[in-house]
Design a protein around this ligand. Structure first.
Ligand SMILES: *Cc1c(COP(=O)(O)O)cnc(C)c1O
Length: 371
């Protein structure tokens, strides 16, 4: 992590203290309110729960501090993604999406943007630059892509997209603001499913949109207010709490993933392993240049669907679950979610367990596949 990322992390826990009055609670209070005391003219204070809420403001402030940008909170990652697409695109526009990214983003475009007259194309992440961006209003990238962990050169994509007068959105879910900084690399907008590592405790769905462009932020805020896709205050409070330990959790998860990916790659049962942090991985050189860390996701193939299921089920320190980024190590055989991957393809999300104990459990479960 760079010095600035560390100083941002250090300041995070003290952000609220600037405004403290004597006797204020140091942790964030939870404000459960749909209405506020509003005598006289409407200006400068909270009015109604669909417009604003002090607990969201606190989590948006904290996320904005980490992103170094304006931030808007949403009730899920898809809530954040759909708000960006619906607020910024209109009939006749063309949008480009990753062919190998999170499946719901493509499904949303196919099923809902297309009928509104927005043309949608897809392109694989490893060759995302090929063909240029002529004719697009908005380009949406995901790097590393979920689940295969291919990456694209975000700065080069941003330059090429801007040369065509289009906007670049990057889904930064797999990396968090500590692991990769798409806005610093030139992206106009970051979207994130904070359901994953940002909240980190697998007990909330949440998302955010970050941008340094105030016109974009105003449009997305207006969309949120009119469409009503607002986060609940309690969820915002939980995410604020999760954020306070994100740096510690993310550091542990990424460090453990680096150790475990190396060992997994050398295990005879494991094939086609992908981890951007491994020497020799197709993503490695670019990952070193554009990512602060290599992340906590590892993907690989086992010989069959059954072996993949057995590996996950028989590992004492692994949960069989979709999603990723929680404190518990979890894994999923992704073909069951409709990703175009072989039936023995596993996406592994390294959690916060002590790494040697975790590795022993993983190795034992792999060794059992031979029997
Ligand atoms: C999970 C995920 C989403 C969607 O997030 P939800 O909170 O489930 O709506 C979007 N993008 C990526 C890369 C994801 O992994």
């Amino acid at each position: 992590m760079s010095e600035t990322a560390k100083s941002r992390a250090a300041a995070l826990a003290h952000l609220r203290s600037r405004d403290f009055a004597k006797g204020d609670p140091i942790p964030l209070p939870l404000t459960m309110a749909s209405i506020f005391h509003t005598p006289g003219e409407e200006a400068g204070f909270d009015q109604y729960g669909r417009y604003d809420n002090p607990t969201w403001r606190a989590v948006e402030h904290a996320l904005g501090h980490l992103e170094d940008a304006h931030c808007l909170a949403f009730p899920s990652g898809m809530g954040a993604i759909s708000s960006v697409l619906f607020a910024l695109l209109k009939s006749g526009d063309r949008v480009l999406l990753p062919a190998d990214g999170y499946h719901a983003t493509r499904a949303l475009a196919e099923r809902f943007l297309k009928p509104f007259g927005v043309a949608c194309d897809t392109r694989p992440t490893p060759t995302f630059l090929d063909g240029g961006f002529d004719g697009y209003r908005l380009v949406f990238a995901e790097s590393p892509s979920n689940p295969r962990l291919d990456i694209c050169d975000i700065a080069a994509v941003a330059n090429a997209v801007h040369a065509q007068g289009a906007l670049l959105v990057v889904d930064n879910t797999t990396m968090t603001p500590y692991g990769q900084r798409p806005l610093d690399l030139g992206a106009d907008i970051v979207v994130s499913a904070d359901t994953k590592a940002v909240n980190g405790h697998s007990d909330v769905l949440f998302g955010h949109v970050a941008s340094r462009n105030t016109d974009i932020v105003a449009k997305v805020r207006d969309w949120r207010e009119m469409a009503g896709g607002i986060p609940g205050p309690f969820e915002a409070w939980l995410v604020h709490r999760g954020l306070e330990t994100l740096e510690v959790r993310f550091d542990r998860m990424c460090s453990s993933a680096e150790k475990i990916a190396k060992r997994l790659k050398n295990h005879h049962a494991v094939g086609a392993l992908r981890f951007p942090g491994l020497d020799g991985d197709p993503s490695h050189n670019l990952a070193r240049a554009q990512m602060e860390r290599f992340g906590f996701l590892i993907s690989f193939e086992l010989a069959s669907e059954q072996k993949a299921e057995d590996f996950i089920d028989n590992c004492a320190l692994m949960q069989s679950a979709t999603s990723f980024g929680g404190v518990h190590t979890s894994a999923e055989r992704r073909s069951k979610r409709g990703d175009a991957v072989p039936s023995g393809f596993v996406r592994l999300s390294i959690g916060c367990e002590p790494v040697e104990e975790l590795w022993q459990a993983i190795e034992a479960s792999l060794d059992r596949l031979d029997g």
